[in-house]
Design a protein around this ligand. Sequence first.
Ligand SMILES: [Zn+2]
Length: 146
Amino acid sequence: MDAIIKYLDKSLDYVSHELMKDTLYITVKSNLESVPCPECLMESSKVHCRYKKSFQDLPIQGKKVVIIIKNRNLFCVNPECPRYTFSETFDFIDAKAKKTRRLMDEIVRVSLTQSSVSAASYLSETTADIKKSSICNYLKKNDNLR
Ligand SMILES: [Zn+2]
């Protein structure tokens, strides 16, 4: 399982998993000692607090996947920096997103070939829980990027 998590990001370690109905819940943790502040880029390992963050990813073995991470909120250690604390972020997901970028890509790919109603029902059955309205938003966003 650790190898699968490493495909998503090398800085994540597998902790545990639990299968509930059609969804595999995978708990992971960051293996990075320190993280750069997004403002001044100075590395910090001084933890302010941790909070649980979860997001959906691509399915594994026909099971939907939800990844859970106890995300770190760190102090910026640079006294010159205007930023007091910041959260650890990852390249595979937008800071506030609930789905990984590769899952969003898959949702857009499936939705381009059918109506958003049938895409929502197909995806909810096979890939990830998603509403029709979210598909419409992703498609609009995807259009703007072209
Ligand atoms: Zn800083």
